[in-house]
Design a protein around this ligand. Structure first.
Ligand code: C2E
Ligand code: CA
Ligand code: CA
Length: 753
């Protein structure tokens, strides 16, 4: 059965992913289309607007010019009407006065000449000439003699033949038209009136009649020069202008305004607006490029902008889709596949376990399993070996699980299992069998190093609880398992543990308080020579003496102090007390013995303690050979390098180093060689095994090896006569145990000295 192995990339939610991917592509496509449509619409509207804007501007300029023309000519006519009234004195004509007046008016206006014509054809000109009009000439001014104000079309100056316009105003005398006042100016003057530049000096104007005959020409560089008839010129300029000319002719015939586009080498727009004088039209012309180029400039940049926005949008969309796909794939792999075992990742386990617990209502348990001191395996035998161990456990789990059960590896060596059970005993049996299988994995490379699993079990009571919390409960149970094999390697979570944890929290605070109030005292447990039964030393053991006189044993508070680092202070305090006691006993002339003090593993992380300790020794003046340090075996291998360095320095000062609790850790006999210790303390578990044949063999070979290396051997926890005899016979040098003495207050130890 295989419920945990998962192939890389074989993810559960692939189908769903694919659909949502297609949907996403669809959205992006729709968005792109909408964007392009919006841009096209915008650009078209912009194009139309720009176009009609330009044409409108052209028409406005035309209107403006028409107004200018009208105002000026009307102003001239008004002045002439005034003059006419002034010169028409009741008596005879005073020609001199008339001429004087006309000349004054001439100064104000751009007139070429002014004159007064009488009905008999006699004409007086402002420049002094007298002139007799021909009958033909008189026809032209007939209407003025009939009382009309006339503005002539282009005519020819009778004196110099230049092209002129003439204004004619009747002069009334006794309600009769007695004469006609005339003023003329050259058509160029008209042109000047219109020379308001427009479109940045690129536009110019003509004045023409409805039939196309030119009244005022333009001398703008690109204009038709000396044109007689604008229609003829337009037609002659380019055959493609025909339709435009027709349209213009037609409109002008009906007095309508409008514009055409024509070609004269290049393209132009021409706006024609009726002037309101005779049948005159003002033609305003600008090169098409002026309108088109601003338009196409704007259009071009608009298109460019659209294209850029579109491109950026697409690139960004593609980037995001790709990025997300990649991320998701990575995430799925990370989340769902464990790279070392190729099986379920922890995250996947949580998801699956939750689902399974909801569907399967058999009694279930969430289990955490790890290897004690896995770090040591990695450090001592290499990470490959560590990975091998993990894979080995994985393969065992693969065989171990039953239908519906799953497992995964979490960080480092931590495994999680969802298992079902009928009874607690059955589950415990299964787990013990698993543990036994794990411990059975001995390889040559690991030199007999035993992989010891530690298993915490949470029986799922509340199925609604999230898997992480269940995990935490299992971990609490897990953390109650001690480093020695005696307590077994499986623990079930119960509510008490929670209390323990709570109590530990309270304890942490109390520890500091007790330390400040000096509630910690030192007890001494004597050590005796195995053969002579003489007192040869003692071990200092800390006790917490409550104000009510009761003692709290170390196993209750040492683990807490070790966890939060307080142990550093406590150990140093004990060391100081011991130095002080030794000093006093020395001063009292007592025959002191070496006292060993426990050093927590925490010290190996803070080598600074060496200086502190040597200062304390110096200050007390106690001979260094009367002080010893105990370090537990397992700590020595955890940080072997640091440990060796520290031991070197301690030896340098003169301390003897005792390896405490030998036999509970992992050190093989061979490894003893690499650590320069002075005394080996056989753990109580060895002593307890004294009547077991195998135990006996081990103990004797250990003691022999130790002796061969000049390492002294002390047996701990010797309680009975038999144990004592046994240990003595196997060659232990010293004995520490209740058989001789229990740990005692300093006053009691004092009397032993
Ligand atoms: P340990 O260093 O192995 O200390 C020996 C323990 O064995 C002491 O327990 C001692 O009372 C007990 N013992 C000695 N002979 C016998 C015997 O014949 N039978 C039995 N059943 N037990 C015996 P204790 O004093 O309760 O200390 C427990 C542990 O607490 C110590 O184990 C040591 O690891 C730690 N500890 C005690 N004092 C200190 C200290 O000042 N600093 C540090 N870091 N740890 C300390
Ligand atoms: Ca000890
Ligand atoms: Ca010990």
């Amino acid at each position: 059965m295989n419920f945990g192995i998962l192939q890389r990339g074989d993810t559960v939610k692939r189908g769903k992913t694919k659909n949502s991917f297609i949907l996403r592509i669809f959205y992006v496509a729709v968005l792109c289309i909408l964007l392009i449509a919006a841009m096209l619409f915008y650009s078209n509207t912009l194009k139309d607007n720009l176009y009609s804007d330009s044409v409108e501007k052209l028409s406005e300029i035309s209107e403006q010019n028409v107004k200018v023309l009208n105002t000026q000519i009307n102003g001239q006519l008004e002045s002439m009407t005034e003059v006419a009234a002034r010169i028409a004195v009741p008596t005879n004509w005073d020609i001199d006065y008339t001429m004087f007046t006309l000349n004054k008016v001439m100064n104000r206006y751009p007139f070429k000449r002014m004159g007064i014509i009488f009905s008999d054809g006699k004409a007086y000109i402002s420049s002094g000439e007298e002139y007799t009009m021909s009958e033909h000439d008189m026809e032209y001014i007939d209407d003025s003699f009939n009382g009309e104000i006339i503005i002539s079309n282009t005519t020819v100056d009778a004196f110099d033949g230049s092209k002129i316009i003439s204004l004619q105003v009747p002069v009334y005398k006794d309600d009769e038209v007695a004469a006609v006042l005339t003023a003329s100016y050259e058509t160029e003057v008209l042109q000047e009136m219109l020379s308001v530049s427009f479109f940045g000096g690129q536009g110019y104007s003509y004045i023409v009649r409805a039939n196309g005959n030119v009244i005022a020409d333009s001398n703008f560089p690109t204009s038709f020069k000396n044109t007689e008839n604008i229609f003829d010129s337009l037609s002659a300029a380019d055959s493609s202008n025909a339709a435009a000319v027709e349209k213009m002719k037609y409109n002008m015939q009906f007095n309508e305004d409008g514009y055409i586009r024509f070609k004269n080498n290049v393209n132009f727009y021409m706006y024609y607006s009726s002037v309101g004088i005779n049948d005159w039209y003002l033609l305003s012309v600008i090169p098409a490029s002026v309108i088109d180029s601003t338009r196409s400039d704007i259009m071009f940049s608009t298109y460019l902008l659209c294209a850029a926005v579109g491109a950026i949008f697409i690139v960004v969309a593609i980037f995001f889709i790709r990025f997300e796909r990649k991320k998701r794939r990575e995430l799925q792999d990370i989340l769902y596949v464990d790279p070392i075992t190729n099986g379920y990742s922890f995250q996947r386990f949580c998801v699956e376990a939750k689902e399974r617990l909801a569907q399967d209502d058999r009694p279930a348990a969430i289990i955490v399993l790890d290897i004690e001191k896995f770090k040591v395996i990695n450090e001592m035998f290499g990470y490959d070996e560590g990975d091998k161990v993990l894979r080995y456990i994985w393969s065992l789990l693969q065989k171990w699980v039953r239908e519906g059960e799953i497992y995964s590896r979490w960080i480092a060596d931590r495994f999680n299992i969802l298992a079902y059970y009928n009874s607690e005993e059955e589950l415990l049996k299964r787990l013990n069998a698993l543990a036994a299988d794990i411990m059975n994995d001995r390889t040559e490379r690991r030199q007999g190093f035993v992989i010891r699993p530690v298993i915490g079990v949470y029986r799922v009571i509340d199925r609604e609880l999230d898997i992480q919390s269940m995990q935490n409960y299992a971990s609490i149970a897990h953390s109650t398992i001690k480093g020695d094999a005696s307590s077994g390697c499986v623990a079930f979570y119960n509510e008490e543990y929670r209390n323990t944890i709570l109590n530990n929290k309270i304890l942490e605070d109390q520890l500091v308080n007790a330390y400040e109030k000096k509630e910690f005292v030192v007890f001494y447990q004597p050590k005796y020579d195995a053969v002579t039964k003489k007192l040869v030393g003692a071990e200092a053991l800390v006790r917490w003496k409550k104000p009510d006189g009761t003692y709290i044993p170390p196993f209750k508070f040492i683990p807490v102090a070790e966890k939060n680092g307080f142990i550093i202070n406590l150990d140093q305090y004990v060391f100081k007390m011991v130095c002080e006691d030794q000093r006093r006993w020395l001063d009292e002339g007592k025959n002191i013995v070496p006292v060993s003090v426990n050093l927590s593993r925490q010290h190996l992380y803070t080598p600074k303690f060496i200086d502190d300790y040597s200062k304390i020794v110096e200050k007390s003046g106690v001979p260094i050979d009367k002080l010893e340090l105990e370090i537990t075996e397992s700590a020595m291998y955890e940080n072997q390098e640091e440990f060796l360095a520290i031991i070197d320095r301690l030896h340098g000062i003169g301390f003897r180093i005792l390896m405490d609790d030998f036999g509970t850790g992992y050190s093989s006999l061979m490894m003893l060689k690499s650590i320069p210790i002075d005394v080996m303390k056989l753990d109580k578990s060895f002593v307890d095994d004294y009547n077991d044949e195998k135990g006996e063999k081990i103990i004797s070979s250990v003691t022999q090896l130790a002796k061969s290396m000049q390492i002294e051997v002390t047996a701990e926890g010797v309680e009975t006569e038999e144990q004592y005899e046994f240990m003595k016979n196997l060659g232990c040098d010293n004995i520490q145990g209740f058989y001789f003495a229990k740990p005692m207050p300093r006053e009691d130890f004092d009397s032993l000295l």
